[in-house]
Design a protein around this ligand. Structure first.
Ligand code: HEM
Length: 458
């Protein structure tokens, strides 16, 4: 399916203008669809496809538009008529800063992307290979005789260490990465609560949960300041993302301000750790739940390496490993909801979208759509074999998104996920232990509630 193929169907009204999208069923007076969305966000987003390709939702007094057809989510992400804005982003900006690439728009965003992009280009990734290998194999040493592994702590540890050591190089990163992972885990938990239940002043009350959140947020910002100050004091300019940020110029050719440097580091570290950490948690869950795929990964890795420790240059040969990761990301996408705001009166799929409208779509719902995937809820990594994956409709699997906001880190992420998965599956058999709870916890990302595994050396 292509974007064009779902374009109108003539939905023009008698007056000659595009029709309003249908109102999704199930709205109740005053609250609209709000309660359903809060109670069961994933189920709610998934069933919207039954109401149309584009539907209207009522969230209290507000109308929000939801896009459900894969091709239209691609059209939305690729169109200049929509920007990053809206309540979700505003609350993120309040906490994480207003001058980072993840929330900027227009010429500021284009300039910021030009600054960070070189660090993520395909040809830049091999330079990170040794660090990714080191971090993946360090996991083997930590897990030997470890008893129970707390997957949340372990996943954050790897994700933050890899992002921080690769992109902000420096010896000091080793200890800082531990502090960063602790701070980020607490900040993300609290941030989601503040975004979905905006209780304003109540979050300022001096109760333990608020104090813990504020401490972690302050520590995150302090850590970033320390990292920037130490790099400056060192006088060194290694070829990395931090140097690129410190040397960046604005459109007038002047150095960018301190606040922008700070916000940029935060804007890269925060999505760079939470998303990878959540995906690693799901990969651990998959290896425990599908030992047959863990065995296939192990056999594949051994056939490629001949028994030596897996290395960065092996990654592109690990086809089944890659397919297990993609299938994990299909069913358990870290980024499960995305939003945009229309900057002009426009249309989508033949429906009218007014300027200022907030639009949501859910990669989780799109990637579980039975119209796109046979046996859509089955965990079947072989669906990504070339002869089968060609039937997957365009934009039905875009975990890194498309267009000008596409994740810059797709190659960086896939390389480290492949190495980590290969190391976990070859070194250990994972089993969930009593007390582990792998039900999906909905937050800024999707992750298991509390995944605990026993890592039995192979
Ligand atoms: C943006 C997914 C890892 C940095 C995005 C977006 C998605 C995404 C879907 C687009 C958001 C939108 O359209 O509104 C993922 C997934 C990851 C991952 C699934 C891993 C499994 C990373 C890592 C980093 C990173 C490791 C950095 C080290 C960013 C940044 C943006 C972004 C800076 C904002 C880009 C912009 O607005 O121009 N990511 N990401 N991501 N991601 Fe990732």
């Amino acid at each position: 399916m292509t974007v064009e193929s779902v374009q109108p169907e003539d939905r023009t009204e008698a007056a000659g203008r595009p029709a309003e999208p249908p109102l999704a069923g199930g709205a109740v007076p005053a609250l609209g669809h709000g309660l359903k969305l809060v109670r069961d966000p994933l189920g709610f987003m998934a069933q919207l496809r039954d109401h149309g390709d584009v539907v209207r939702l009522r969230l209290g007094p507000k109308t929000v538009y939801a896009v459900t057809a894969p091709a239209l989510t691609g059209a939305l992400a690729l169109s200049p008529d929509y920007i990053i804005s809206g309540p979700l982003w505003e609350s993120l900006e309040d906490l994480l800063g207003k001058e980072g690439v993840a929330t900027a728009n227009g010429s500021l965003h284009r300039r910021q992307r030009r600054t960070i992009q070189p660090a993520f280009r395909l040809d830049a990734i091999p330079a990170y290979g040794p660090i990714m290998e080191e971090e993946a194999h360090a996991l083997t040493r930590r897990w030997q005789g470890a008893g129970t592994v707390d997957c949340t702590a372990e996943s954050f540890r790897i994700a933050v260490r890899v992002a921080a050591r690769c992109l902000l190089r420096g010896a000091y990163m080793d200890e800082r990465a531990e502090r960063l992972s602790g701070a980020l885990a607490t900040v993300f938990r609290g941030m989601y609560r503040r975004m979905v239940v905006p209780l304003g002043p109540l979050y300022r009350l001096p109760i333990p949960a608020n104090r813990e959140f504020n401490r972690a947020l302050a520590d995150l910002h302090l850590l970033v300041d320390e990292i920037v100050a130490e790099r400056r004091a060192s006088g060194q300019k290694p070829d990395d993302l931090l140097t690129a940020l410190l040397e960046a110029k604005d459109d007038n050719g002047d150095p960018i301000g301190e606040q922008e440097i700070h916000d940029q580091v935060v804007a890269i570290l925060t999505p760079g750790s939470e998303t990878i950490a959540s995906t690693i948690m799901w990969l651990m869950q998959v290896l425990a739940e599908h030992p047959e795929h863990a065995d296939r990964i192990r056999a594949e890795v051994e056939s490629v390496t001949g028994g030596r420790p897996v290395a960065f240059e092996d990654v592109r040969k690990l086809t089944h490993t890659n397919n297990v990761i993609v299938e994990t990301m299909r069913l358990r996408p870290a980024v499960w909801i995305l939003t945009r705001r229309a900057v002009t009166d426009t249309e989508l799929g033949g429906y009218r979208i007014p300027a200022g409208a907030d639009i949501v779509y859910s990669p989780y719902a799109v990637q579980r759509d039975p119209r796109s995937y046979a046996d859509h809820l089955e965990f079947d990594p072989d669906r990504w074999l070339p002869e089968r994956s060609k039937d997957v409709p365009k934009f039905a699997m875009s975990p890194f998104s498309v267009g000008n906001r596409k994740c810059p880190s797709d190659h960086f992420s896939m390389a480290q996920l492949s190495l980590i998965t290969a190391v976990m599956a070859t070194g250990f058999r994972l089993e969930q232990v009593p007390g582990s709870r792998d039900a999906t916890r909905v937050g800024i990302t999707l992750r298991p509630h509390r995944l605990l595994v026993r890592a039995l050396p192979r």
